[in-house]
Design a protein around this ligand. Structure first.
Ligand SMILES: NC(=O)c1ccc[n+]([C@@H]2O[C@H](COP(=O)([O-])OP(=O)(O)OC[C@H]3O[C@@H](n4cnc5c(N)ncnc54)[C@H](OP(=O)(O)O)[C@@H]3O)[C@@H](O)[C@H]2O)c1
Length: 287
């Protein structure tokens, strides 16, 4: 199948390009190939490549930056997805949108099912909710795949930051009152390999197994690099004020993916161990 992958140079996009290339003809595009906020650019890219499926990984992902660049973030996430949805419908190409746990307010406390009510607490979440609404209005097949707390090859991610800070400081304080599902982009790419090109349509949640706090995740990074997790201390989010609020508990429940028969997803511990091992071995693109 000929698949157009947007955001191919991003953290997830790179993992998708690596994973899906054996089974599909991939066309990767990123900002350098055209700005998806421009409908004419989207139409031209779609007409030139005539994909049979579009996997939309491109997005404005700077959660705090979105608070001070509201229009740009809304254009990059909401409007760009609207242009792609319209072009996909015109060409009868199914669209898979990657979305986020941040469309939820984080207050339910027992995890979010796929048809949970969207009620974002920050602007980034609102822009992704708009993107979801555009896709849901398509009359041709679509998928929305919500994921969370991504890590993998890319310039910045939480695990790399903690590993670096453990090398620079004696002790660290990490927030322990936000809960979510850490997800290795390589494992999400495997989920997407299962979904893209399939008959499964609708909203899915794709993460590694298990929900934890940033503090627990940081402790696991310490264990994986062979240092004492006792050097890391839990603290409340109020110690690290950020421009964007974060949902307190945005665990995503993935029952619909499991019912669809997606192969078993690794636990977050397994995923962190594999990624840190790669960092330690120096085999990542952005060490
Ligand atoms: N990162 C997370 O923790 C996380 C969590 C939940 C969901 N997600 C979702 O997962 C997806 C992938 O995230 P990621 O972390 O892999 O993102 P990323 O590394 O930031 O990559 C996104 C790519 O999209 C490109 N892009 C941005 N605006 C564009 C535009 N207007 N036109 C064309 N390309 C544009 C970016 O280019 P530039 O870099 O040049 O701007 C970048 O290469 C996104 O949909 C994101 O919302 C991410």
């Amino acid at each position: 199948m000929k698949i157009l992958v947007t955001g191919c140079a991003g953290m997830l996009g790179q993992a998708v390009m690596a994973r899906l290339t054996a089974a599909h003809e991939l066309v990767g595009i990123d900002l350098a190939d055209g700005d998806l906020t421009d409908a004419a650019v989207v139409d031209e890219l779609m007409d030139r490549h005539t994909p049979e499926w579009v996997l939309h990984c491109a997005a404005w992902t700077n959660v705090d930056g979105a608070e001070s660049a509201k229009e740009e973030a809304l254009a990059a996430n909401g409007e760009a997805t609207g242009h792609l949805a319209a072009a996909c419908q015109r060409l009868a190409a199914p669209l898979t949108l990657i979305s986020t746990d941040y469309v939820f307010d984080g207050r339910v406390g027992k995890g979010y099912v796929e048809d949970g009510i969207r009620d974002p607490v920050n602007h980034y979440g609102l822009t992704k909710a708009r993107a979801e609404e555009h896709v849901e209005q398509m009359t041709t097949p679509w998928q929305i795949v919500r994921t969370s707390w991504l890590f993998g090859d890319g310039k910045v991610n939480f695990i790399k930051t903690i590993r670096r800070l453990l090398g620079e400081r004696d002790t660290l304080r990490v927030v322990d009152d936000q809960e979510g599902c850490p997800t290795y982009v390589d494992d999400l790419a495997a989920v997407l390999e299962f979904l893209v090109g399939s008959q499964h349509v609708g909203v899915f949640h794709g993460t590694n197994r298990g929900a934890i706090t940033w503090y627990t995740l940081a402790c696991e990074v310490a264990r994986c690099v062979g240092t004492d997790p006792g050097r890391i201390h839990p603290c409340p989010s109020s110690e690290y004020p950020t421009p964007a609020k974060r949902p307190a508990n945005s665990e995503l429940l993935s029952s619909r993916l499991e019912e669809a028969g997606c192969p078993d997803r690794p636990t977050w511990q397994d995923a962190v161990a594999r990624y840190v091992a790669r960092l330690e071995a120096g085999t990542v693109i952005f060490p």
